[in-house]
Design a protein around this ligand. Structure first.
Ligand code: ADP
Ligand code: MG
Length: 249
């Protein structure tokens, strides 16, 4: 069973294509790295799938049904740099937002919901920070709050946009552990990732993207020098011994 199928997805900004006729499927229970150069449309892809931005065309199917009907099955950890961290809210409220799919927007969260949210914060080591304004948290702590929110969503399909950027090593390990737990629970996880050295360790599937999918499939099949060259063009160097490096990186 495919957890996610994308058909004919196109997105433009100011009449320029950011994504052009994107088609791919992701099998249930896979851990997929979304790989591609800056400006390849990785964040755009996630936002288009989640209907956060307008699209020119495209169909998104989650577990065989249109996304519209499956919204509550999908969780999202946005790119940290795209979040307004000055928004006046505390860590607990951010996590409770993850529960709105379950409790509805109108109802106030009850004690059980608050306890659930606190348990999610605890799971990521952030229980002491429940009352802390999100602007007063470090980068790693902010990312953990978003992980707690994703946990609270209890989704089947998760999107994470560059979760490792600007976090400390302990948070990186916590994120990897969580991704692997989700996979073990049969959930499907898609992660925008830009450290090519760790792709083979972290992900069993890859989507190589540059405005269009270059390849999509098991990492062992598609994460090859040849395909990386096709994805990154001239902006990649090969160091031999299967090592790759971004120019200037
Ligand atoms: P990635 O996440 O792969 O780095 P993005 O999806 O953020 O790439 O962006 C893809 C392209 O679309 C880039 O050329 C970027 O400059 C452009 N773009 C992204 N968001 C906007 C926007 N809101 N308005 C205009 N152009 C945008
Ligand atoms: Mg991005």
């Amino acid at each position: 069973m495919n957890a996610l199928t994308i058909q004919n997805l196109s997105v433009t900004y100011d009449k320029q294509y950011a994504l052009e006729d994107v088609n791919f499927s992701i099998p249930e229970g896979s851990l997929t790295g979304i790989i591609g150069p800056n400006g390849a449309g990785k964040s755009t892809l996630i936002k288009a799938i989640l209907r956060l931005i307008p699209t020119i065309s495209g169909e998104v199917t989650v577990y065989g049904k249109p996304y519209k009907k499956q919204r509550s099955l999908v969780g999202y950890v946005p790119q940290r740099s795209e979040v307004d961290w000055d928004f006046p809210t505390n860590a607990l409220d951010v996590v409770l937002m993850g529960r709105y799919g379950h409790i509805g927007w109108i109802k106030r969260p009850n004690k059980k919901e608050v306890q659930y949210a606190l348990d999610c914060l605890k799971k990521v080591g952030m229980e002491e920070f429940a009352d802390r304004q999100i602007s007063q948290l470090s980068g790693g702590q902010q990312q953990r709050v978003f992980l707690a929110r994703a946990l609270a969503q209890d989704a089947q399909v998760y999107f994470m946009d560059e979760p490792f950027v600007g976090v400390d090593a302990a948070t990186e390990r916590a994120i990897i552990k969580l991704m692997q737990e989700w996979k073990e629970q049969g959930k499907t996880v898609l992660v925008v990732h830009h450290d090519l050295q760790t792709v083979k360790d972290y992900f069993d599937h890859c989507l190589l993207l540059n405005k269009k999918p270059i390849e999509c499939g098991p990492t062992s099949d598609v994460f090859t020098m040849d395909n990386l060259q096709r994805t990154y063009g001239g902006s990649i160097s090969f160091l031999g011994n299967n090592q790759v490096m971004m120019q200037g990186g």
